[in-house]
Design a binder for this molecule. Sequence first.
Ligand code: ADP
Ligand code: MG
Length: 699
Amino acid sequence: MNPNILQTPIDYLKGVGPNRADVLRKELGIHTYQDLVNFFPNRYLDKTRFYKIAELQRNSAEVQVVGKIVNIKTVEQKRGKRLVADFVDETGRMELVWFRGHKWIRENLKLNTPYVVFGKTNWFNGLFSMPHPEMDTLADFKKQLRAAMQPIYPSTELLQKKGITNRVVNKMLQQLFTETQARFFDTLSEEIKNEFRLISKAEALFNIHFPKNAELLAKAQFRLKFEELFYIQLQLLLKNQLRKQKIKGFVFAEIGENFSRFYKNHLPFDLTGAQKRVIKEIRADLGTGAQMNRLLQGDVGSGKTIVALMSMLIAIDNDFQACLMAPTEILAIQHYQGLVELCEKMDLSIYLLTGSSKKAHRRELHEKLENGEIDILIGTHALLEDKVKFNNLGLAIIDEQHRFGVAQRAKLWRKNKIPPHILVMTATPIPRTLAMSLYGDLDISVIDELPPGRKPIRTVHRFDSNRLKVFRFLKEEIDKGRQVYVVYPLIQESEKMDYKDLMDGYESIAREFPDFQISIVHGQMKPEDKDYEMQRFAEGKTEIMVATTVIEVGVNVPNASVMVIESAERFGLSQLHQLRGRVGRGAEQSYCILMTGHKLSNDSKTRLETMTATNDGFQIAEVDLKLRGPGDIMGTQQSGVLNLKIADIVKDNDLLKTARYVAQKVLKEDPKLALEKNKVLRFTYGQLAKHQNIWNYIS
Ligand code: ADP
Ligand code: MG
């Protein structure tokens, strides 16, 4: 076969022509033969199996039944007539129904003749019915040569309108397989194919389009999924490898004065094993000479801040500056205060910069930053402003990375001629394999252990009708000296309504608790006012904090032991988990109370059940991933990353792990894919990179 035949424009395929080619390009992105071969069905109709009527299940997919029509009648309805046939086999009776084309059908249907009918069934009034079945007499059925598993291709309205139906797509593929004689080059090495018993590319492509049976289809899917995931991983790993070679980083060779002094004298607690391990990983990275680009995942309260500080101390010991960027002003201030306190006995210059920093303060800060008098700068997005110039920024840390985009990360990179080392921290854990696929260009550290002595937060779900009981419980807790959060949703589209809910809630709480001090914080307040209220709560001057989700990330008030979340059904899982993480920070037993009305969707129920069942952020992330799908979790910005053709990052998670492992193994032995046996990998990878067809999602 001519090796370039797959690059033939689709116009040249017999039966396509310029008009159809245009539609194929616009609607499906099919430009070449290769694109068409790689246009996979999204499901199959299983025509290998015959069902008995007694076996039919509600809500099942299409089924195929053999039986006879014993009676045909026309039923009058308000909206026209319908034709109903009684269809029986030896196990029971069902109905075949037509809403259109009565006359023709009625004239052609034969009574008491064996038929094979195929279609989706509905369950109504104790009887299954099949509207507009596909049907053949059993005699005709036996004569036909047909694919047992019938592929169904993704379609659009326009495709249907232009006559490019499933049948036509199927025909086009038949033509393509004839023209090319189905001799497709393999794209995986013999070694890999043998190790995982993968069928050849040609066989896989044939059986994905024309499966002879379910087993061959499964083999074809497995092979193609593996290949897709493998090349994604290979690309991510190669990119990472390249970055490490190309982008030189500062070498932080010294573990010096500040780090050691802090570790020996000022560490307020023993580090957990996980914290120690992660600090070691970071230290190792900082010493390699390659620029560090690391993601630190750790559940809420797992103690990421101290890891951040100790990493910054390493930078300072090597005569560099460090910065820490947080997504909100409240959080930046809290980090600032926390770090100043931790470093009280050390000789360090720590500054804070936020949107509301005063002019005079800024002027001083800019100057000191540029002449290197500031060791650590903490702040919000304000750090990204062009005016903020460092003398020699060696390490930039981003807290709660999911709040920032890639662009912002890039901006930090450019704060220095040589990019600083970057550490991004997130408390919205995503399953490790997903993280690997999404942030394949980052190395990953995980803090998977909470500091000792934490009592697991008790989480309950209560209906609004039990509010008085909940209030009584809050009162008891406050009487014991604790503090309480009450959080209301804030969703952009209905900001006004949410604001009203919040204010109504505030008033009812004020009425209910006349003896307690209440703080209120919401998005429409001036930053100064927010901080003032937060501060009062943090200092214990108020007992109850009524707030919207602005307190979601990071805020640390260890004496607060109850988190009440109003309209909890309106929050996503990761948000609920984040909010819950605001309590359980002290020694006391803490509680999270999820309030909802009685009407709940299935997804809401699953979310609430998950929250009451576990405190483990990673487990919650898995459920979240299943509920929402990966695209949603990462936001539209990155959802393209997961635009896989055949594999499913959630369902094929084990295969993804295997693919990554294989890609790692290959590169370890042969980092440049230079060995003879890997020639096919190098070639395919080169093609993919060049044509950017399936795998063009990597920025
Ligand atoms: P997060 O990972 O959510 O940012 P923090 O760094 O804010 O968590 O830590 C949460 C709380 O746990 C803080 O009060 C911190 O002082 C405390 N903490 C962190 N590490 C330890 C440890 N090893 N032992 C005891 N307490 C710790
Ligand atoms: Mg934190």
